[in-house]
Design a binder for this molecule. Structure first.
Ligand code: PRP
Length: 186
């Protein structure tokens, strides 16, 4: 691992989405959600930790009375590939029976994390469960695992920034970019 801890932005090979592009898309998603949840009080759930930056920005764009909660599941360890093994680290505190639940995710890759969460939370009798994801690697998973709300579709690249990490680095870059492969080379 070769991480430029002095200047992490130097490890980004290519910028994918600027701060401005992200803010514009988040505002659009927020406006759509405001319409779709009008008259309801959804429980908006941040899937820790990657979604945290997106989650707070999105909640601020939802002009509704929302309740927030946090859930933490882990699938990746410190590598760049999904392990397919999902571990519950922190469950919701809210009773979601009869509630409209909106899961907020930073990236959907294999789709396994969301498949697992939809199944698990579905057993608690919510009124509805929908998912809003910022980045979607649509080619990496079957269409039936897709989300109701999508920010951007991306290719099969390893991306960091705006909450997304590699080995717990780069989360606070304000933009989203593709990491230089030499950073995670042996
Ligand atoms: C990442 C990401 C998603 C999941 C997507 O989480 O935030 O939750 O992997 O991958 P999948 O579609 O293949 O399941 P990670 O476990 O790395 O935790 P983090 O959010 O704390 O970085």
């Amino acid at each position: 691992m070769h991480i430029n801890t002095e200047n992490p932005g130097m490890d980004v090979e290519r910028l994918l989405f600027t701060e401005e592009q992200i803010a514009k898309r988040v505002a659009e998603l927020g406006a759509q959600l405001t319409k779709d949840y009008a008259g309801k009080r959804p429980v908006v759930v941040c899937i820790l930790r990657g979604a945290s930056f997106f989650f707070v920005d999105l909640c601020r764009q939802m002009k509704l009375d929302v309740e927030i909660d946090f859930i933490d599941v882990s699938s990746y360890g410190s590598g760049t590939q999904s392990s397919g093994v999902i571990r519950m680290v922190k469950d919701l505190d809210t009773d979601i029976e009869g509630r409209d639940v909106l899961l907020v995710e930073d990236i959907v890759d294999s789709g396994l994390t969301l498949k697992h969460l939809r199944q698990l939370l579905g057993t608690r009798s919510p009124a509805s469960i929908r998912v809003c994801c910022l980045l979607n690697k649509q080619a990496a998973h079957p269409v039936e695992l897709n989300c109701e709300y999508n920010g951007f579709e991306i290719g099969n690249e390893f991306v960091v920034g705006y909450g997304l990490d590699y080995a717990e680095h780069y989360r606070n870059l304000p933009y989203i970019g593709v990491l230089k492969p030499e950073v995670y080379a042996d």
